[in-house]
Design a protein around this ligand. Structure first.
Ligand SMILES: NC(=O)c1ccc[n+]([C@@H]2O[C@H](COP(=O)([O-])OP(=O)(O)OC[C@H]3O[C@@H](n4cnc5c(N)ncnc54)[C@H](O)[C@@H]3O)[C@@H](O)[C@H]2O)c1
Length: 284
């Protein structure tokens, strides 16, 4: 697989990190979103992070400049025409993802593989929005994508074995250690197990058993978790977490995946997590 240029669609929390990772590993990346302004802001965030590394002596400034020079920006999907690999990381909504994949399919070369970073949406349903379902696969990165070692790879019903292999190879080229799921199932491995743990923590808070900060402290000191569940929820984004629980509840038809009202309330108040400066905790 001779990939040179990777299109990353969605310049949010994850997409920006994935584009940064691609550029760090020597690929040319194009970061695309619905407006160029979102992309510019994402690139500024990437630069801020890189500058911190330079200040700490972990990176040469010339490296920072080189990484940034490998990230181009686009306010639409037209760069799909010249990219050899696509990683989609837009909002976790099936209609939006399907629309993006249909557009990508019209523009990209016929051999280009499309990966989705979806947390819990059905890969097959996304793939069926294209005329190349055999070339669509999940590549699920973890937050932050530049740091976390794992990429989970999951096929849809029609994904070709070569596509799975290519995604595995790409994950390795990006410096990751992939795990491949054998069959399609909502939320894969880590998100499903972790989603349920985070959900349980929110039920504890909802029922007034303990404050989020104390639940976090307990899980860090008592279970040796590096982060508490509420710190992690704020990092993931409450909206992203809720979407996953709703998908799991619907797909597996099991009430144990139901989320408590406290999550809806915070989302209604705009407290989506670290990405907006406030969630269970305040960051401003
Ligand atoms: N947040 C996490 O920890 C995490 C981890 C792994 C996977 N994911 C998955 O990654 C995806 C993105 O999540 P996120 O946390 O980065 O969300 P986010 O809200 O930070 O970013 C989503 C981005 O998608 C853009 N977008 C929406 N519609 C678009 C379109 N039609 N074309 C191009 N861009 C569009 C939005 O403008 C936004 O910038 C989701 O599928 C999510 O489930 C998230």
């Amino acid at each position: 697989m001779a990939v040179k240029k990777i299109l990353v669609v969605g310049a949010g929390n994850m997409g920006a990190g994935i584009a940064q990772l691609c550029a760090q590993q020597g690929f040319d990346a194009v970061l695309s979103d619905i407006s160029l302004d979102f992309c510019t802001k994402a690139k500024e965030r990437i630069d801020k992070g890189l500058q911190k590394r330079v200040e700490k002596g972990k990176m040469e400034d010339s490296e920072r400049v080189a990484i940034l020079s490998r990230i181009a920006l686009a306010g639409d999907l037209t760069p799909a025409r010249e990219c050899d690999f696509v990683i989609e990381s837009v909002l976790e909504q099936i209609e939006i993802k399907r629309k993006v994949f249909t557009q990508l399919d019209e523009m990209a070369g016929k051999d280009v593989i499309f990966c989705t970073n979806t947390t819990s949406l059905p890969i097959s349903e996304i793939a069926e929005a294209t005329r190349r379902p055999e070339k669509v696969v999940q590549m699920h990165f973890f937050n932050p994508p530049t740091i976390m070692k794992l990429v989970e790879i999951m096929p849809g019903k029609k994904t070709a074995p070569e596509t799975i292999k290519a995604a595995e190879e790409m994950a390795k080229l990006l410096g990751k250690d992939p795990v491949v799921c054998k069959n399609e199932a909502p939320a894969g491995i880590v998100s499903r197990v972790l989603g349920q743990l985070l959900n349980e923590a929110t039920w504890l808070a909802e029922s007034g058993v303990a404050e989020p900060a104390d639940i976090d402290k307990a899980m860090k000191l008592g279970a040796n978790h590096p982060m508490g569940p509420f710190e992690l929820l704020d990092l993931i984004g409450l909206d992203v977490h809720r979407a996953k629980m709703q998908t799991l509840a619907a797909a597996l038809n099991d009430p144990r995946y139901k989320h408590p009202k406290i999550v809806d309330k915070l989302i209604e108040e705009g407290r989506l997590g670290k990405k907006v400066g406030k969630g269970f905790y305040d960051y401003e």
